[in-house]
Ligand binder design. Structure first.
Ligand code: NDP
Ligand code: OXD
Length: 313
């Protein structure tokens, strides 16, 4: 009998197990504390696996990642060689685009400026630009970035994108690779980071790059990071938000999570903090997605959305 082991931290492992048992009656679904032979586990479904999570799993056909991002998983000291399948899901994508649209629209309408005026009881009529006069630059045009681009285009925003390899998304001006990075930044008023965290992208949101963004939006350029905290240098963001290099920032992810209470980011009136909730994996669609993958693979089909370890995503 095929065996699926769940190893989830910080999420409702019991709930996921129950749903998997309903969805896959032909599969033995077990949790860490159940009685099972590790050598007979075919699939392991993980989120924040502990150091011993993979010990003894010598017959694995795949590691299934509850997260869309696999940066932490790839750093696991005893990660087995089995293929890693990541989560790619319409519900997750929709929620991420909802977050991006909400933040971008708020900044395009100069929310920070009008909040400050309200607090100061100051009536100043400055006029937000039209969406069509605002350029959103999306870093990463994968499952999430491409959808966010389409949603923003639908609202009338100008959209430019940056990816490792060239992409053709109708209506999006694409820049690719390091050579075109500065041109991408120079065309961007509101920067949205939806990159995977890899050695190449670590610390990419830093003071020097903020200085290369277009300075057309009233108050200064804006960054929105919903990817990983490792992309950003928080000391640089604080400095840039203070000296006007950046007008505002929306951050869903942080160098250290939970964001420590002592972080100055909490107290800045031009920084919008959310606790890594931009797009959370949904139990219904997640179980449907991974159950279909297990069934298809048991029937001899190849695994989809397998990450490339050398690339890091
Ligand atoms: P994908 O793998 O589908 O897309 C990644 C994109 O980034 C691709 O377009 C890729 O380029 C580009 N890219 C990778 N490396 C580079 C580089 N060095 N330079 C330029 N472009 C690069 O990922 P997803 O869209 O599914 O997810 C992105 C990230 O979002 C995840 O890795 C995760 O960290 C984060 N996330 C955050 C959530 C939250 O709640 N805050 C929820 C879910 C995900 P190319 O196409 O050329 O390969
Ligand atoms: C993910 C996340 O990668 O929730 O899926 O951050």
């Amino acid at each position: 009998m095929t065996t699926l082991l769940l190893h989830l931290s910080d999420v409702d492992e019991a709930g996921w197990t129950e749903r998997y048992r309903e969805a896959l009656p032909e599969v033995r679904v077990v949790r860490r504390d159940d009685d099972y032979d590790p050598a007979r586990v075919d699939y392991v479904f993980v989120w924040k696996p502990t150091p011993e999570a993979f010990d003894g799993l010598s017959g694995l056909k795949a590691v299934l990642s509850l997260g869309a991002g696999v940066d932490a998983l790839l750093k696991h000291p005893r990660l087995p060689q089995a293929p890693i399948v990541r989560f790619v899901d319409a519900d997750l994508t929709e929620k991420m685009s909802d977050y991006v649209v909400a933040q971008v629209t708020m900044h395009q309408r100069l929310f920070t400026r009008f909040c400050r005026d309200q607090r100061a009881r100051r009536w100043t009529q400055i006029y937000p630009p039209a969406a069509s006069n605002t350029k959103v630059g999306i870093m990463g045009l994968g499952a999430l970035g491409a959808d966010a681009a389409r949603r923003l285009l639908g609202l009338g925003f100008g959209v430019v994108g940056w990816s490792r390899t060239a992409k053709a998304i109708e209506g999006v001006t694409n820049f690719a690779g390091e050579a075109e990075f500065d041109a991408f930044l120079a065309a961007t008023d509101i920067l949205v980071c939806l990159l995977p965290l890899t050695p190449d992208t670590t610390g990419i949101l830093n003071y020097e790059m903020f200085g290369k963004l277009r300075r057309k939006l009233d108050g200064g350029p804006v960054i929105v990071n919903a990817a990983r905290g490792g992309h950003q240098r928080e000391a640089d963001i604080i400095k840039a938000l203070d000296d006007g290099t950046l007008g505002a920032a929306s951050l869903d992810v942080f160098e250290v999570e939970p964001l420590p209470a002592a972080s100055p980011l909490w107290g800045l009136d031009n920084c919008y903090v959310t606790p890594h909730i931009a797009a959370i994996s949904n139990i219904e669609t997640g179980v449907r997605y991974f159950s279909a993958i297990i069934r298809a693979h048991e029937a001899g089909k190849p695994l989809p959305n397998v990450i490339d370890r050398a690339r890091g995503y």
